[in-house]
Design a protein around this ligand. Sequence first.
Ligand SMILES: *Cc1c(COP(=O)(O)O)cnc(C)c1O
Length: 350
Amino acid sequence: MSTIKIDLYSDTSTKPTRAMRAFMCEAEVGDEQKGEDPSVNALQDQVAELLGKEAALLLPSGTMCNQIAYAVHCRAGDLILMDRTAHPLISEAGGAAVLARATMYPIDGDHGMFTPEQMAAVMEAPTRYKPPFRLVCVEQTTNKPGGRIWPLEQIQAVCKMAHERGALTHMDGARLLNATVATGIDPKAYAASFDTLWIDLSKGLGAPIGGVLAGSAAFIQEAWQWKQRIGGAMRQAGIIAAAGSFALDHHVDRMAEDHANAKRLANGIAGAPRIQIDVEGVETNMVRFDVADLGVSSSEFGDLMLSEFGIRVSAPGPTLVRLIPHLGITETDVDTAAEAIQNLAKKLAS
Ligand SMILES: *Cc1c(COP(=O)(O)O)cnc(C)c1O
């Protein structure tokens, strides 16, 4: 196996920094199931405050945040509306069908973002034939479509339509803080339209584990029961929670560097022979380009990047290559990556 010198595979590739590890070492801990872990309680309060919700709950993963929200909100047979590219449809092992026993209803948005008009066209009132649309989900930022930011007004319009049609609203905010850093809009402003939402600690924020789900006190009480039921309840989880609090205190504003590096990388790739890249589409931390015209698949391109340059990238589509700068990736790293891509493209094109 080739050694990885620069890992641009994902923002999940971040490792806890020395300072974060030191902070984790010092964390006060207790039994979180009994509500006795001060570090867990502090993180939950911090996130509830950040998002302007009554309460929050630390969970082992973002996936569990989505799945528990569905399970609390839905009855068996309900519909959950989301964009066709949404993470729960493609990367959560069909959990909604298993735990909430609900059906995920895909809608074809633009770069992962749909409109109230599109919702109105499908969200009919339930009849004895048609199950109810119980929940409408928004992913901020959109993952598969490349880290695009839902405009605040579009979120407000979509959530208004959902509520008018009797549905609840849920935000998969895995990268919500990337959006707030990029736009300068307060997380509370995005969160206000949603009954429930969560943020991921283990993506660009750089913590090793966890997601935090937020909503009303009554919702979080029910979510606690699901957390216990599916084995997500932990014990001295303050060790993990401390990493989350450290990340929220020290790693939010710095994500602007990741965004700047993504732009820099995209500009560095633009002009490479037979590579299709939309530099304008880089709104946060993701860079994507198409290698179809080079006559290789994205995984072949990725294998060459690794074997020839020690740079790891991902292949989210047959000819689509993706790179994500993150904590620990420097300007020099992205310049090196851009040069490698230019060189590889020249070689393949000739
Ligand atoms: C990563 C991700 C998830 C799942 O989070 P995990 O912490 O990996 O379980 C859900 N939704 C989106 C948009 C994501 O990017």
